[in-house]
Design a protein around this ligand. Structure first.
Ligand code: SF4
Length: 261
């Protein structure tokens, strides 16, 4: 991260370097506002990472450009959600909007989710998932990727709606592609079993086994939790670390409030 920040100082620009610096400053190790429930986006995380997140440890390391890409994706969501809202309100084309980014859960298996939208299209209920994708990815796209389908299965599990429509938009020319995924009880069972084993390990105050064999394994190199995972920190150390981070965060909040007085 330090390397990225230094890079923004080197950029010979008026505003670009400052924006990038601001976006990078959002990264770091923090105690999350995590609500203690599993979310569909965690479907493909390893057990150890799930344990860290469940304990409230939040480590993010997103480059400035990637953060802008994510933010851009959010505007795609808002745009399509607005189309659906307007069609539903006008009562046209067989569209009836049910929910928009409504928080659902926690379920009895401790999962909460917030699908982009749920709606009825021509008499059938769907979860709607919105994805924007670059031109190359869009042209190569033959269906929904495996990791993403796991996440989608949990949306269906939580909402009780047995089908999801995934609507991809090409970022370059706004072309659409759509795919329907149907509920698969076996996949959901496997994910729920993984979540349950993490909850069990947390109750026993132990960290699940590390899945990566070394720090230079592909998965570890791309994991934000790699350095803590390959450190000596055990369950109790992580609990202490989160407690300290929370206290520091609270103190920063109070200091800022005082400054404003
Ligand atoms: S480094 Fe590997 S085992 Fe450790 S949290 Fe990351 S993905 Fe999981």
């Amino acid at each position: 991260m330090l390397k990225d920040i230094l890079q923004t100082h080197k950029q010979n620009t008026i505003l670009v370097g400052k924006i990038n610096r601001y976006l990078i400053s959002k990264n770091g190790t923090d105690a999350s506002h995590f609500d203690g429930t599993f979310h569909p986006s965690m479907a493909t995380s390893c057990k150890r990472q799930l344990a860290y997140v469940l304990l409230g440890l939040n480590i993010s390391n997103i480059g400035a450009k990637l953060r802008r890409i994510f933010d851009n994706g959010k505007y795609y969501h808002l745009r399509v959600q607005k189309y659906i809202k307007k069609m539903s309100k006008a009562g046209i084309y067989g569209i009836k909007l049910l929910t928009t980014e409504e928080r659902i859960g926690p379920t009895e298996d401790n999962i909460s989710s917030q699908p982009d939208q749920t709606l009825i299209i021509d008499g059938l209920k769907y979860v709607l998932e919105l994805k924007s994708i670059n031109d190359h990815g869009f042209k190569e796209l033959m269906g929904v990727s495996e990791g993403y389908t796991d996440q989608i299965q949990l949306y269906m599990h939580v909402t009780g709606i047995p089908r999801t429509l995934v609507l991809y938009e090409n970022k370059n020319d706004q072309e659409f592609k759509e795919y329907v995924i149907t509920y698969d009880a076996d996949t959901v069972r496997k994910i729920l079993d993984k979540f349950a084993s993490v909850t069990k390990a947390n109750k026993r105050e132990i960290l699940p086994e590390r899945e990566c064999k070394g720090e230079y394994e592909y998965k570890a190199k791309h994991c934000n939790y790699c350095s803590v995972c390959f450190s000596e920190a055990n369950f109790k150390d992580i609990v202490k670390m989160v407690k300290t981070l929370r206290e520091e965060k609270e103190k920063r909040k109070k200091d800022r409030a005082k400054e404003r007085e």
